[in-house]
Design a protein around this ligand. Structure first.
Ligand code: TYD
Length: 215
């Protein structure tokens, strides 16, 4: 029984958390609750969550982009080895809120860390573990930021980086998706949650079936 690895990417306030919840309910309704594993980055293990706090709290200029890339990769390595690989080996459907495309975009393209350095870190952190499918939730940046602004959270370090930063994030995600069309599905996230969920299900169902999962 092979596992299936789905990552969710997108800008601030793009609705990843809502869509993951809706997908968890959809999988549970098909008898797949036991096989579904939800996790997130940065974080996903106790030590990776400790690194997460360093990354998502505090002033926008707290870290240089290369330091951020190393911390993201450090937390990712713990997550890959302790959570993702064991879950996939056990045949789970893994839903991961962000993965290494976020490092390519936020620290690489937008942060200015050279892509060969980012890929070296990704290789060290992930050892070649690539998602089977990456759902990119794409929407207007200002609308996403104002949605994210409504959250009661101390985790607003990245949100505070400003509109131009996040516009670059959006463009960088879209060009990554264009470069890997087989792995990425770009979804218009500026619609109501049910319409977005229906699109995600249409994309995921045939892929799960091809992977031998009955849905
Ligand atoms: P996340 O918890 O997904 O925040 P949100 O729900 O607001 O999108 O991620 C926290 C922040 O970390 C987010 O602003 C993006 C950033 N990030 C990176 O810059 N690089 C990375 O590799 C990852 C995983 C996240």
């Amino acid at each position: 029984m092979a596992g299936y690895f789905i990552s969710f990417e997108g800008g601030e306030g793009s609705g990843k958390t809502t869509q993951i919840k809706l997908l968890v309910a959809w999988l549970a309704a098909r008898g797949l609750a036991e096989r579904t594993r939800v996790t997130r980055e940065p974080g996903g293990t106790p030590s990776a969550e400790a690194v997460r706090s360093l990354l998502v709290e505090g002033a926008a200029d707290r870290w240089l982009p290369a330091t951020e890339a190393m911390l993201m990769s450090a937390s990712r390595h713990e997550h890959v080895e302790h959570v993702l690989r064991p879950a996939l080996a056990a045949g789970d459907i893994v839903l991961c809120d962000r993965y290494n495309d976020s490092t390519r975009v936020y620290q690489g393209v937008v942060g200015g860390v050279r892509s060969d350095a980012i890929e070296a870190l990704n290789n060290l952190a992930c050892g070649g573990l690539v998602p089977d499918l990456t759902i990119l939730l794409d929407m207007d940046v200002a609308d996403g930021l104002s949605r994210a602004d409504g959250r009661d959270s101390s985790e607003n370090r990245f949100e505070s980086k400003g509109l131009a930063f996040h516009q670059n994030v959006r463009a960088a995600f879209l060009s990554l998706a264009e470069a890997s069309p087989g792995r990425f599905a770009v979804i218009d996230a500026a619609r109501d949650a049910t319409a977005i969920h229906d699109d995600i299900v249409d994309i995921i169902s045939p892929r799960l079936i091809s992977a031998g999962v009955t849905v």
